[in-house]
Every structure is written in structure tokens, then in C-alpha cells.
Design a protein around this ligand. Sequence first.
Ligand code: ATP
Length: 314
Amino acid sequence: MNAISASNLCKVYQNGRKALTNLSIEVQEGEIFSLLGPNGAGKSTLINILTTFLQPTSGKILIMGKDLYAEQKSIRSLISCVAQNVSIDNHLSLRENMLFQGRLYKLDKPTANKRMDALITAFDLREYEKNKVTAYSGGIKRRLDIAMSMMSYPKILFLDEPTVGMDIESRQAMWDVVKKIKSDFGTTILLTTHYLEEADMLSDTVCIMQDGHELVQDTPQNLRQHTGQKVIRIDLDSSENCQDIVKLISDLQFVKGIRQEQNTLYANTQNPMQDFRILNQMLMDKQTRYFSIGVLTPSLDDVFLSLTQNKGGR
Ligand SMILES: Nc1ncnc2c1ncn2[C@@H]1O[C@H](COP(=O)(O)OP(=O)(O)OP(=O)(O)O)[C@@H](O)[C@H]1O
């Protein structure tokens, strides 16, 4: 069963601004699904609709197989949403914050205590229990905020930009937490992000959005194939050497294009996996000074740029 199935969603705000246009997504149970897109792509609008804060202008949404509007109340008990603004109470301790959340979800005391302990361990929060919440770093506050949202053991957790503004160390700690939520609790996670690296590291599926519609929806591995073409990269010892090699290989029939960045050459060829052996042999025969040669798979950045540049005006 899909955890979320949304089809042909449209959202036009009262001022006439179209935020979503025929957007459809399928999120499988237990997966991490990232919505990736530039500012104004419609990510927050979509999260607000899926978490029942906003009504779409048209379209159909099923959450865990239930119609979102016919069964709104029961669906709210299945989901949890962590917004960008941290919602912890600075006057309460870490445990009090979590237990307070448990009371909101009407958990009995033994259940609340059991879940709190499991979450404190899973989220690596034990060492912070004694400290005042006001003394926590932004990253730890955000981790606690997510732990609090997990007190209901939701089927689906929505995370709006979980690592925005964090330093690299806190971001990596947050990635570990997100992966743990999936592996230890089996929760389906839908998150929004601006960071390609984050979508790449975490996601089973990425949906790249622009101007309210999806450009593509696939696994990070398959998305890399979208640019179609692998390239051969050759690292040389000097730019003069590069120019000589450009002259040498640009006449080869199988080389379709060549680009130089400082001492590195990128060659587009018909069949990079085979052609790089021929180039390698040629460079050795000519006794060229080069450090390395290899075939590069396009990064998610390349995919994102090629999609948003090529199809932006759809
Ligand atoms: N309440 C509103 N009224 C009118 N227009 C809105 C409203 N909220 C958002 N919009 C517009 O809808 C479009 C999508 O906005 P949204 O906030 O969903 O995008 P986003 O991808 O979340 O962007 P960001 O990454 O900057 O948060 C934008 O053009 C935005 O200006």
C-alpha cells in the first residue's frame, strides 16, 4: 500500500497565485521521500495540504489508503509534522517536554514513559537530559522537537527542511536520526529540502519540483541516469598539457565534445565505458603526463540543473 497517494493536485491561493498545478506523488510505506525544489516551488504548500492545514483547489489524496477529506480526523492520528520553527517549551526539561507531548496524544503514563525512553536512546539525547533546554544548540533543539513528534508513533512523519541553517556536524547527526526513524520505527518520512546532497544521502525517492509541478520522481540512482550521459574525466599536470590533449583527442570520431576546467578535461563520448580504455591507451602510448582517467556518473546537482534549466518553462 502507498502511504501517500496524491493525484492531480492544484492549489490556487485567494490572490490568484497558482502554487500547485496537477501535481501527483506516490509515497510508499516505510520509505524516505524528499521534495526537492527551489524557493516557491510549492513544497510547503504541498506539505500543508497533506497534513490537512490547507485545502487543495482540486485533486485527490489518499493517506494510508484513506481519503484525506472523508476521514480527516482518523488520518490526523496517523501523521505528525515538524515545522521549521522549533516548538519546544523552554520552561520544561527534555523529559517534561516529551511527556507533555505524550499527554497531548492522550498516552497513558507507562506507554508515554516507554516511548520516551526508546526515543531518547534512538535520538542520542540521553546526555542532554540534565541540561537546561535553553542551553541546547539549534541542532539538539531540532532533534528534541522531532523526538516529541514521534511520541505518537506516527505512520507518516512530515519534516519541513529538517536541517536548514545547521552546520555540517549537526546536519549529519540529523541525517542519522532520520535514517533511524525509518529503520527502528518503520515510519514513512516525507521531507522537504533545498539541499541536493541531503536528498541524495537520505532518500529512497526524490521528487524534483518547480513552479508547482513535478519535473521528475525517481530513486537518486535512476535520477542520475536522467542526464543520460556519463563523461570521461582526465586529470593532467598542467593546462598546457591539457591543450595538447584537447588537440589530440578532439579529432577522434567517438569524441562528441570536450570541456576543460583548469587541469581537468571532460570528454563526452558515445560509449564512455569502452572509450575511456582507448583514451587511456592513447595517453600512455603518447607518454602523456596525467594523474588519472575515469568515467564519471553525473551528480544529482547535474540532474537538478539540467531539469530545472531545460524544462523550467513547461
Ligand atoms: N498564503 C499564500 N498566499 C498566496 N500565495 C502564496 C501563499 N503561500 C505561498 N504562496 C505562493 O505559492 C508559491 C509556492 O510557495 P511555497 O511556499 O509552497 O513554496 P516552497 O517550495 O515551499 O518555497 P520555500 O522553499 O521558499 O519555502 C509561491 O509563489 C508563493 O509565493
